[in-house]
Design a protein around this ligand. Structure first.
Ligand SMILES: [Zn+2]
Length: 431
């Protein structure tokens, strides 16, 4: 039995018992990295890291690994020989060049276990029919992860992948899925489409949402979450992962933040200077996935900003929960001393019903502050003052608001040379 299977109830244990398990698995992981990963052998030697002595506290003395390291030294992260590689995926690098991530057979089994635990926590079981609207091929891991996890639970999978609204609507009519996995903004479009087609969605009870946050920093529902739950008359659960960390933070039936699987990862939140953030404070998520064989990582900087909720959940699990992703670190805006992320501005604008579309632009104002301009088009008449007041109340900063015609906003947002709509433009001077 794999070590993680042995600890599958670890989320329900008290802190000291969880820490004991994590410390043991962390030391095994560090020892494995030292033995098998050329990158970490060199890094540990350079920084005097003794794998057998690492604990959850002194782990913070080990340097971070980020996407740049993976890009620069891609091959030296591979810790298995070619005959042990089972799957190779691509992850987008920082400069646009893709980075290879390799998985062993053991990693694929861990992946299935990880998603089985996650999907079971939001109430899926062997009776479910799961429609996957994310790709299972094209060198991505996400679709394969949900497929493996749902199959490990005994559920039936419907792999319709990245397909048109018409195709998914036909599948829903024919196969009556009980669960849909997908990007929430797409699920909103799909829900509206099937509703116009008068196709029944009564079979759909749960939506597993990937890639976009559903709540704000106060854990209140975003309009997107309210919309999809209303359209589908189903409960939506947020789930977060990435090809590098191969560990999922998935909400349980209480829908209150993504549970950490203590047997699969050590998670940290760090501030702008790379120090551990105080309890509950927002910062960058750093993950050390445990038990990985193909490309093990230590203290991987995800670039995503969130926070941890470290109090027992009503579901009985005591493991910390990851809050919604508030934004990407490189998209962080500093406006007169206040930190703002584009996602928060988008959410605030989505809540103003008079606005039909928008984009935001950030400029360098001075060394300490950025300047934010919000350009909106209107569905119904609305004053600049009202929009400014709503934004100021929700963001604690007052961006400059410009009202433009629908055509002008659409021309900027739906640029035919870009693959998807773009609503954030960074015009800051690079330092
Ligand atoms: Zn829970």
């Amino acid at each position: 039995m794999k070590s993680f299977e042995h600890y599958q109830k670890s989320s329900f244990l008290e802190l000291s018992a969880r820490q004991k398990i994590q410390t043991q698995l962390l030391r095994q992981h560090m020892t494995y990295c030292n033995k098998s990963s050329p990158f970490y052998r060199q890094l540990f030697k350079k920084h005097g890291v003794v794998p057998e002595s690492v604990n959850l506290d002194n782990l913070q003395d080990v340097p971070f690994t980020d996407k740049h390291c993976l890009e620069r030294s891609n091959k030296s992260f591979i810790a298995v020989s070619q005959e042990s590689v089972a799957d190779i995926v691509l992850s987008s690098g920082t400069t646009g060049a893709p980075t290879k991530i390799v998985y062993s057979q053991g990693d694929l089994e861990r992946l299935a276990y990880n998603e089985r635990q996650s999907l079971a926590s939001c109430g899926l079981n062997a009776h479910d029919r799961v429609l996957l609207t994310c790709t299972i091929d094209r060198c991505f891991i996400a679709g394969l992860a949900y497929y493996s996890g749902a199959r490990a639970l005994g559920a039936a999978c419907i792999r319709n992948g990245l397909n048109s609204l018409e195709s998914h609507a036909g599948i829903i009519k024919l196969m009556n899925p009980t669960v849909i996995v997908g990007v929430p903004s797409f699920l909103r479009k799909l829900g509206n489409f099937v509703s116009h087609q008068k196709i029944s969605v009564a079979s759909v009870k749960k939506l597993v949402c990937i890639g976009e946050p559903l709540r704000n920093i106060d854990m209140q529902k975003l309009t997107l979450l309210e919309d999809i739950e209303k359209i589908w008359k189903a409960k939506a659960y947020s789930t977060y992962s990435s090809s590098e960390i191969v560990t999922t933070f998935c909400e349980c039936e209480r829908q209150n933040g993504g549970h950490l699987h203590p047997e699969l990862a050590v998670a940290e939140i760090v501030d702008e200077r790379g120090r551990r953030a105080s309890a509950g404070a927002a910062g960058e998520l750093v993950v050390t996935p445990l038990g990985i064989e193909g490309m093990p990582l230590v203290r991987f900087r995800t670039g995503d900003i969130s926070f941890m909720i470290d109090e027992p959940c009503a579901c009985g699990r005591k493991s910390p929960r990851l809050g919604p992703i508030l934004g990407r670190k490189k998209q962080m805006l500093k406006i007169k001393g206040t930190t703002v992320y584009p996602l928060a501005v988008f959410s605030a604008l989505d809540n103003i019903s008079e606005i039909s579309d928008y984009f935001i632009t950030v400029f360098s104002q001075d060394a300490l502050s950025d300047r934010l301009t919000v350009t909106v088009s209107l569905r119904y008449s609305c004053s600049v003052r009202r929009i400014s007041e709503v934004l100021a109340a929700s963001l604690r900063v007052a961006p400059e608001v410009v009202i433009a015609s629908e055509e002008e906003v659409r021309r900027v947002v739906y640029n035919p040379s870009l693959r998807k709509p773009v609503r954030f433009f960074d015009r800051r001077k690079k330092v």
